[in-house]
Structure formats: structure tokens, C-alpha cells
Design a protein around this ligand. Structure first.
Ligand SMILES: [Zn+2]
Length: 95
């Protein structure tokens, strides 16, 4: 039986800004009954200002679910915005 040595590498979790990243998504959720509206993908932008504008547009679209939910549940007044943010593991130092 041969003996093997393996080197281990540390990985760091960082916000993913690569072009192939997962999209940032938004959804509104009712804080009373936990029902949530559809997940809305934000368009990817290569610059920070463009990304902020795309995120705001996606948040506004996600918020359109609130009045729809309120028609069925007029007593549900508290909601929360759910956001998904892409992260990636990047290789760091060898141990
Ligand atoms: Zn509700």
C-alpha cells in the first residue's frame, strides 16, 4: 500500500461579481402568513450604478405582489423583502 500526502487549500467566500454569477433575486414575503410572491431576477450589470438601478427595478416588480396578496388577506399588513446575493468560493493559501 502506497502512502500519499495531500495539500489542503484554504478557500475564501466572497461576493460573486463574475459575469457568469448567479443572478441577484428579490421577492416579497408576507410577515403574517409567510406566503411569498414570485422571485424576480435582477438584470446583471457590469457597473455598480447600473446594478443598483437594475436591483431597484427588480424590487419594484417584486413589490407588485403585495397589493395582490392584500386583496385576499386585507389584515396582513407586514411584509419583508427577501434578497438572494451570489457568492463564490475562491482559492486562497495552501496549508
Ligand atoms: Zn399573508
Amino acid at each position: 500500500m502506497s502512502q500519499r500526502t495531500y495539500a489542503f487549500r484554504k478557500f475564501v467566500v466572497v461576493r460573486d461579481t463574475e459575469p457568469d454569477r448567479e443572478p441577484t433575486c428579490f421577492a416579497m414575503q408576507c410577515a403574517v402568513c409567510e406566503e411569498a410572491g414570485p422571485l424576480v431576477e435582477s438584470a446583471k450589470s457590469s457597473d455598480a450604478q447600473g446594478q443598483l438601478r437594475a436591483d431597484e427595478a427588480a424590487k419594484r416588480q417584486a413589490a407588485q405582489w403585495v397589493p395582490v396578496h392584500r386583496r385576499e388577506h386585507p389584515e396582513h399588513l407586514s411584509h419583508r423583502l427577501i434578497r438572494t446575493t451570489p457568492y463564490r468560493l475562491v482559492p486562497g493559501e495552501w496549508e
